[in-house]
Design a protein around this ligand. Structure first.
Ligand code: UD1
Ligand code: CA
Length: 457
C-alpha cells in the first residue's frame, strides 16, 4: 500500500500574535512546515498533501520546490473536515498518515513504525502520557485495555479529564476507511467541529483494530501554539544538533551555546568554542578550530582551517590551514587557498586569495584575485566600485602592497611588483616594478609654529 501523507496547516495560530502564518515560524532556521515535509519525504511518501487556509498564499510562496499538493480548506471546520478536503486526491489503496504543520519534530522512526501498523484491518494512533493533559483529547480504553474512542477535553466528563494518556493528533489509516468514515462525521459536539478523532470510535464499531504507539519523548509530538512553546522546541532541537555534532567528532566548549540553523556536517577533531551560529549548508572538515562568537553561513571550512573569535564567514570556501579573524568578515564568493590569511578588521568579497597570501589588518578586498604569497599591508582598500559598475583588481604572485594603499580598479599588478605605502594606484604595474603614488614629502627648515596670543604676557 503506497503511503500518502496529509499535513494539516490551515489553522490561524492566533496565539502566536504574528503576521507570519504559524507553520512558517522557524525551528532550527527552517519553517516548521518544512520539517514536517522533510520527514514525510524521508518516510518515502508517494505524495504529500498539505491542507492550507489561513495565510495560504504566504505558506505556498515560502515553500518553493517542495513537492506537495496544496489542498485548500476555505473555512476551518475541524480536523476531520480538513482531512476530508484531501480525500479526492487519495488513491483507494493508499495508507494515509495525518501530520500537523505545527508539530515539527516527530522522528522518522516513530512515524515509520506507526505507518507500518496501517492495514485493511487496522489503523494506527500515536498517543502520549502527560502529567498535565490539559487541552488535549483523552484516550478512552475498555477493561481489556483496547482503545475505544477519543474524547476532546471540552466534551469530556470530570472522570475522563483525569485520564493522562492523550491524543497527539497523529494517526494513520487506510484511504478506504477514511473515505467510509469522514463523510459520516458529525459536528454535534462542544466545539461544533468535525473531529478527525471520531474515526477511532467508528473503527471500533467496525472491528478495525486500533494499534497504539508512543514516541520516545514528548517533544516529538509537542505542537506549537505560542512563542514559548516554539522556544522550548528550538532548544530541544539545538540540544539534539549539538549531540550529533559531538558524535560526529566535534568538541563543543558548551553544547548549550551552539546554534544550527540549517545543515552542518563536521569531520573529526573539530573544535567549536562558545556561541557559534551555523546557517544554511555548512561543511567543516577535520581539525578545524572555530573561536568564540562566530557566524558561519553556507560555507566550507577545509582541513585545519582556523576561524578566530568574532568572525563572520558567508558563502565562502576557506582552504586547508587558512586562517580568518579575529573580527573578520568574509563575504560571499571569497575563496581562501591553503594557508592564506585574512586577519582582524578585514572584509573580503568575491575574491580569491592565493596560497600563503596574507591580508592581515584593516583592509577591504573585493572583486580581486590574489596570486600566491601576496602580502597586503594594513589599511589597503580595493576601490572596486565606481558608483555603477564593479571592477577587478588582480595582484600577481609575490606582490607586496604597502600599507594604506588604494587600488583603483580595474587594475593589474604583475608578479613580484611592489607598491609603496600610501599609494593610490590607478595604472597597471609591471613585474618587478616599484610603484609609489603619493604626494612627495617636503621638509621645511626652522618652521615657526603659530602662537596663541593669550599665551603671551
Ligand atoms: C487536536 C485533537 C486532539 C489532540 C490535539 C493535539 C481533534 C478534534 N482534536 O485538538 O485530540 O489532543 O489536536 O494537539 O482533532 N486544522 C486545520 N483545519 C481545521 C482545524 C484544524 O488545518 O479545520 C489544523 C490546525 O491548523 C492545527 C491542527 O489542525 O495545526 C490541530 O487543530 P486544533 O484545532 O488545534 O486541534 P486541537 O483542539 O488542538
Ligand atoms: Ca492544537
Amino acid at each position: 500500500m503506497p503511503l500518502h501523507v496529509v499535513i494539516l496547516a490551515a489553522g490561524q495560530g492566533s496565539r502566536m500574535r504574528s503576521r507570519l502564518p504559524k507553520v512558517l515560524h522557524p525551528v532550527g532556521g527552517r519553517p516548521m512546515l518544512h520539517h514536517v515535509m522533510s520527514t514525510a519525504r524521508a518516510l518515502g511518501a508517494e505524495a504529500i498533501h498539505t491542507v492550507i487556509g489561513h495565510g495560504a498564499e504566504a505558506v505556498r510562496d515560502a515553500t518553493p520546490g517542495e513537492a506537495t499538493f496544496w489542498v485548500h480548506q476555505a473555512e476551518q471546520l475541524g480536523t476531520g473536515h480538513a482531512v476530508a478536503q484531501a480525500l479526492p486526491n487519495l488513491p483507494d489503496d493508499a495508507r494515509v498518515l495525518v501530520l500537523y504543520g505545527d508539530v515539527p519534530l516527530t522522528s522518522r522512526e516513530t512515524l515509520a513504525h506507526l505507518a507500518d501498523q496501517i492495514s485493511d484491518r487496522s489503523m494506527a494512533l500515536l498517543t502520549v502520557t502527560m502529567a498535565d493533559p490539559d487541552g488535549y483529547g483523552r484516550i478512552l480504553r475498555n477493561e481489556r485495555g483496547e482503545v475505544t474512542a477519543i474524547v476532546e477535553q471540552k466534551d469530556a466528563t470530570e472522570e475522563q479529564r483525569a485520564i493522562t494518556e492523550v491524543n497527539t493528533g497523529i494517526l494513520g489509516l487506510s484511504a478506504r476507511h477514511l473515505k467510509d468514515w469522514l463523510p459520516a462525521l458529525s459536528s454535534n459536539n462542544a466545539q461544533g467541529e468535525y473531529y478527525l478523532t471520531d474515526v477511532i470510535a467508528m473503527a471500533v464499531t467496525q472491528d478495525v483494530r486500533v494499534r497504539v504507539a508512543q514516541p520516545d519523548t514528548v517533544y516529538e509530538v509537542q505542537g506549537v501554539n505560542n512563542r514559548q512553546q516554539l522556544a522550548v522546541l528550538e532548544r530541544w532541537y539545538q540540544q539534539n544538533e549539538a549531540a550529533r555534532l559531538m558524535q560526529e567528532g566535534a568538541t563543543l566548549a558548551d553544547p548549550a551555546r551552539v546554534d544550527v540553523r540549517g545543515h552542518v556536517r563536521v569531520g573529526w577533531d573539530v573544535s567549536i568554542d562558545v556561541n557559534a551560529v551555523f546557517e544554511g549548508e555548512v561543511t567543516i572538515e577535520d581539525g578545524v578550530r572555530i573561536g568564540p562568537d562566530c557566524v558561519i553561513r553556507d560555507s566550507i571550512l577545509r582541513k585545519g582551517a582556523v576561524i578566530e573569535a568574532h568572525s563572520i564567514v558567508e558563502g565562502s570556501d576557506v582552504g586547508p590551514s587558512a586562517s580568518v579573524g579575529p573580527f573578520a568578515r568574509v563575504r560571499p564568493g571569497t575563496r581562501l587557498a591553503t594557508r592564506s590569511k585574512v586577519g582582524n578588521f578585514v572584509e573580503t568579497k568575491k575574491s580569491e586569495v592565493g596560497e600563503g597570501s596574507k591580508i592581515n589588518h584593516l583592509s577591504y578586498v573585493g572583486d580581486a584575485v590574489l596570486g600566491r604569497d601576496v602580502n597586503v599591508g594594513a589599511g589597503t582598500i580595493t576601490c572596486n566600485y565606481d558608483g555603477v559598475n564593479k571592477h577587478r583588481t588582480v595582484l600577481g604572485d609575490g606582490v607586496f602592497v604597502g600599507s594604506n594603499t588604494a587600488l583603483v580598479a580595474p587594475v593589474t599588478v604583475a608578479d613580484r611588483a611592489t607598491i609603496g605605502a600610501g599609494s593610490t594606484i590607478t595604472r597597471d604595474i609591471e613585474s618587478q616594478e616599484l610603484a609609489v603614488a603619493r604626494g612627495r614629502q617636503r621638509n621645511i627648515a626652522n618652521w615657526q609654529r603659530p602662537t596663541n596670543p593669550s599665551d603671551q604676557e
